[in-house]
Design a protein around this ligand. Structure first.
Ligand code: HEC
Length: 124
């Protein structure tokens, strides 16, 4: 029988093993595409200051993400339309206050955000 005395293993080895294990766990959980999109989308809306004007469930300066999801739920072209709207900005759909343009937001990042918003902005 193999008995491992933990006191004899250098800390560095334990740390390396722990790291490898946690990386392996992360790789497995990111297989759920949906989960990683929600994570990525939330990172993007924070990084691009969207949360200064929007929240998931409450109207602020702009509509809540849930209100947006409800409004466009039967519109297949909503994704393309909203990506354009976020990049160009504009007013008149929810009221007179305009959303500023976001010219530096990439097409891919905008799509990740909009797909998440239209899915009801799930936390994960
Ligand atoms: C300065 C405040 C402000 C910021 C920052 C902002 N928005 Fe908005 N957003 C608004 C307002 C106001 C509206 C409503 C515009 C309208 O009535 O047409 C809006 C509308 C929207 C809509 C719905 C558009 C429509 O035509 O129905 C989405 C989706 C959206 N914003 C996402 C975002 C995302 C993603 C970001 C970050 C990249 C962002 N917003 C940043 C204020 C803001």
């Amino acid at each position: 029988m193999l008995v491992v005395n933990l006191n004899k293993i250098p800390c560095q080895v334990i740390r390396t093993v722990a790291m490898v294990l946690s990386v392996a766990t992360c790789a497995v959980s990111s297989h759920a595409v949906y989960a990683s999109d929600a994570t990525q989308a939330q990172l993007l809306v924070r990084r691009n200051a969207c949360m200064g004007c929007h929240t998931t469930d409450q109207k602020r300066i702009g509509p809540s993400y849930l209100a947006v999801a409800a409004r466009y739920k039967d519109q297949p072209e909503a994704l393309t339309k909203l990506v354009e709207k976020i990049k160009k900005g504009g007013a008149g759909v929810w009221g007179a206050i305009p959303m500023p343009s976001h010219p530096r937001l990439s097409e891919t990042d905008a799509q990740t955000i909009v797909a998440w918003v239209l899915a009801g902005a799930p936390p994960k």
